[in-house]
Design a binder for this molecule. Structure first.
Ligand code: FAD
Length: 325
C-alpha cells in the first residue's frame, strides 16, 4: 500500500523540468518524494519548447505533464500549491504551503526556477515568448530571415551578433546619447548590423504578434520581432526562514542560488537544481541538472543511513561484549 509518510525523504519545491527529473531519479531509487508545484514554468508564455531532443516544439505544459505522469509511476506525490515558508524540525524541515498544510521532509531540493522582469516598454508583456524574445536557441529559428529589432541592454551587442546568425536584417535600437566601445561598434559594422539611435518606449501588435515598435517621439516602425533582455530573480522567499539568500549572478542581470558543483547549498540538507542555480540553463540542461542533483541527494541519504546503521551495529556489538563479560 502506498501511504503518505509522516516525513518524506525529499520535498522538491518546483515541478518544472529540473524538479521532475530529480523526482524521477529519487522515485526510481525508492525514495518517498513530494513535489510542490505552483504550475508557472518560466517558459509558459512560449508556444513550444525547442532544443529538447525528441520533443521539439511540444507546448511547455504538455512536456511537464508527461514528466509528471512518469514520476507518478514511481510513487512520487504531487501537491499543486506554493511553498510559502520553511523551517527546521527534528528530522529535517517543515514546509508550509499556501493552503496552510505543513509537509515534513529530510531533504529539500529547491527547483523553483527564476522569474523574469521585462524592460519597461509599454505593451511588451503581451508578446513575451512569442515574437518578443531573448534567446536565439529558444525561438531564433522561428524568426529566421526576418526583420529583427534588438532593444539596447548590457547584452544587446551580444544578442545582435547571435541573431545575425539567423537573419541579415538585424537592427539595434538605442538611446541618442549611447556610445559604443569602438571594438563593439566595429563588430556590429563588420556583421552588417544597423545601429539606430532612437529609443523604443512601446510596442504594438495584435493576435499575440508584435508588429511595430514605437519611438519616444511617437513615430512607429514596423518590425517582425523584438529581442529584449529581461532581469531574472531566483525565488527564495519560501526558504528565507532557513537563512537562504539569493546571490547576484556574475552576468549582472539577476540573482541565483549559489551551490557547490553538485547542487548543495551552504544550508545543510538544502539542495538546488535547474534555473534556480543556473539561470542560463535550457530545459534539457535543467532536466539533466535535476537528475544529477536527485542522484546526489539519494547518495547523501544513503550515507546518512549507512552511518546510522554502522553506529547501531557497533552499539549492538559493544552491548553483546558487555553481556558476555
Ligand atoms: C519565454 C521563454 C521561452 C523559453 N523557451 C525555451 C525553449 O524553447 N527551449 C529551452 O530549452 N528553454 C527555453 N526557455 C528556458 C526554460 O524556461 C528554462 O530552461 C526552464 O524553464 C528551467 O526549468 P526549471 O525546472 O529550472 O524551472 P521552471 O521551468 O521555471 O519550473 C519551476 C517551477 O517551480 C514553481 N515554483 C516557483 N516557486 C514555487 C514555490 N514557492 N512553491 C512551489 N512551486 C514553485 C514554478 O511555478 C514552476 O512550475 C525559455 C525561457 C523563456 C523565458
Amino acid at each position: 500500500m502506498n501511504t503518505t509518510p509522516d516525513t518524506f525523504d525529499v520535498a522538491i519545491i518546483g515541478g518544472g523540468a529540473a524538479g521532475l527529473a530529480a523526482a524521477q531519479a529519487l522515485g526510481r531509487s525508492r525514495r518517498s518524494v513530494v513535489v510542490i508545484d505552483a504550475g508557472e514554468p518560466r517558459n509558459a508564455p512560449a508556444e513550444g519548447v525547442h532544443n529538447f531532443l525528441t520533443r521539439d516544439g511540444l507546448p511547455p505544459r504538455e512536456l511537464l505533464a508527461l514528466g509528471r505522469k512518469e514520476a507518478e509511476g514511481y510513487g512520487v506525490r504531487f501537491r499543486d500549491a506554493r511553498a510559502s515558508a520553511t523551517r527546521r524540525n527534528a528530522d529535517g524541515f517543515g514546509i508550509e504551503l499556501d493552503d496552510s498544510t505543513i509537509l515534513a521532509a529530510r531533504r529539500i531540493i529547491l527547483a523553483s526556477g527564476v522569474s523574469d522582469t521585462l524592460p519597461e516598454v509599454e505593451g511588451l508583456e503581451a508578446y513575451w515568448g512569442k515574437n518578443a524574445l531573448h534567446c536565439p536557441y529558444c525561438h531564433g529559428w522561428e524568426v529566421r530571415d526576418q526583420d529583427i529589432a534588438v532593444l539596447d541592454s548590457p547584452f544587446a551587442v551580444h544578442q545582435a551578433l547571435m541573431f545575425r546568425q539567423l537573419s541579415d536584417r538585424v537592427t539595434l535600437y538605442t538611446a541618442p546619447e549611447r556610445e559604443f566601445d569602438p571594438i563593439e561598434r566595429e563588430k556590429l559594422e563588420a556583421r552588417g548590423i544597423r545601429v539606430v539611435h532612437r529609443e523604443i518606449i512601446a510596442v504594438r501588435g495584435n493576435d499575440n504578434h508584435l508588429s511595430h515598435v514605437v519611438f519616444r517621439d511617437g513615430v512607429e516602425q514596423s518590425v517582425d520581432a523584438l529581442v529584449v533582455m529581461p532581469h531574472f530573480a531566483a525565488g527564495v522567499p519560501a526558504l528565507s526562514g532557513l537563512g537562504l539568500e539569493a546571490t547576484a549572478h556574475p552576468s549582472g542581470i539577476g540573482t541565483y542560488v549559489a551551490t557547490d558543483e553538485m547542487g548543495k547549498t551552504e544550508i545543510p540538507g538544502l539542495w538546488a537544481a535547474g534555473n534556480t542555480r543556473d539561470p542560463m540553463a535550457q530545459v534539457m540542461m535543467a532536466a539533466a541538472d535535476g537528475l544529477r542533483v536527485g542522484a546526489m541527494v539519494n547518495a547523501d541519504l544513503i550515507q546518512e543511513e549507512t552511518d546510522a546503521a554502522v553506529a547501531a551495529l557497533r552499539a549492538g556489538a559493544v552491548a553483546a561484549i558487555g553481556q558476555r563479560s
